[in-house]
Design a protein around this ligand. Structure first.
Ligand SMILES: [Zn+2]
Length: 326
């Protein structure tokens, strides 16, 4: 009897963190929002940008409110004993979670190799606090929401592998490598404004950043996807699902079933209704607020992408796009 009771107990304490990987503009926010529609999941969003987001009084939460007016984050910050900043430059409080270039500096890069190859525990005094704080934040959200699964759409592969190597025994990491047709990515990068549907139902347009170097976008798209594909295939195959954005939007049910079965959850059809329920996604694009349903594949690049840009893309990256089946 005792033994029988212990089995579900062990299952219950196992938590999962899904990290969505891929290049920028690949649809990770939409995918993360959709997965988070399951009753056992909670989507954090691009939590690596936690500090920048809570210090930016203009930024919005996925629920449509200004982040510093959202009850969920107000309470979470209070419980963590930290405050919202008053300007993007106000970075005074001490709760950094951001793991960025500190780990890929040439002098530090070698330290990553045992972690990539053998999953060895990564230690680097430059980011000890960031690692510790990330797990404090994960744990806080697990406890607060009672979720079994958190979705982190921060797209850094090395950050994901570092966190996996440092995870406590009751937390497992899974990776989703999301790839999108490079021409679609490039077209999306060229947009100079975006629209947000606020919770008063009104749509407002905001200026985005302007991409001045599209060749860099192309190079980075190849680098990120090729690197992720090879490393995950060779060293994290068991923990990884590869998903094409176009396939996902074409048949979301099929891919959601794959994702949920990978983490031992029953599929819930309500996940497809993005307008149901509230999310508190932090960071990512406006689809965290806007998307009400999943639209079929976005082929806007066919008509909108500049012909010269397309030509450059084909010369530099056409081979890789083809290799990926586009
Ligand atoms: Zn919110």
């Amino acid at each position: 009897m005792l033994i029988l009771e212990r089995i579900p107990l062990i299952k219950n304490i196992l938590k999962i963190i899904i990290i969505i990987l891929g290049s920028a503009r690949s649809g990770s926010t939409l995918l993360a929002k959709t997965i988070g529609g399951h009753s056992a999941c909670f989507t954090l969003g691009e939590i690596n940008r936690f500090n920048q987001e809570i210090n930016n009084p203009k930024t919005h939460c996925g629920c449509g409110k200004k982040l510093n007016k959202c009850d969920f984050w107000i309470h979470t910050l209070k419980e963590l004993n930290i405050d919202f900043g008053t300007s993007v430059k106000d970075n005074t409080h001490d709760f950094n979670v951001g793991i960025f270039k500190q780990i890929t500096k040439i002098s530090k890069f070698w330290m990553l190799i045992p972690t990539i190859l053998f999953g060895k525990k990564y230690k680097n005094s430059d980011i000890e606090n960031e690692i510790k704080n990330t797990f404090i934040l994960y744990q806080k959200i697990f406890n607060k929401t009672g979720s079994k699964v958190l979705i982190d759409s921060t797209k850094g592969l090395f950050r994901g592998l570092i966190l996996q190597s440092r995870s406590p025994e009751n937390i497992q990491f899974k990776f989703i490598q999301l790839i999108r047709d490079g021409r679609g990515v490039l077209n999306s990068e060229m947009k100079t404004s975006y629209v947000i549907r606020h919770n008063d139902g009104i749509y407002r347009e905001y200026k985005g950043r302007i991409n001045k170097n599209y060749k860099r976008t192309i190079n980075s798209w190849i680098y990120v996807n090729l690197r992720n594909f090879v490393i995950l295939k060779l060293f994290r195959n068991q923990d990884t699902l590869n998903i094409k954005y176009e396939n996902f939007t074409e048949n979301p049910e099929k891919y959601l079933k794959q994702i949920y079965s990978k983490i031992n959850l029953e599929y819930e059809v309500s996940a497809l209704n993005l307008d149901e329920g509230i999310n508190h996604i932090l960071g990512g694009n406006a689809s965290r607020m806007n998307a009400k349903k999943i639209n079929r594949r976005d082929d806007a690049w066919v008509n909108k992408l500049d012909k010269n840009m397309l030509k450059t893309f084909n010369i530099r990256a056409g081979w890789f796009n083809k290799l990926m089946g586009y």
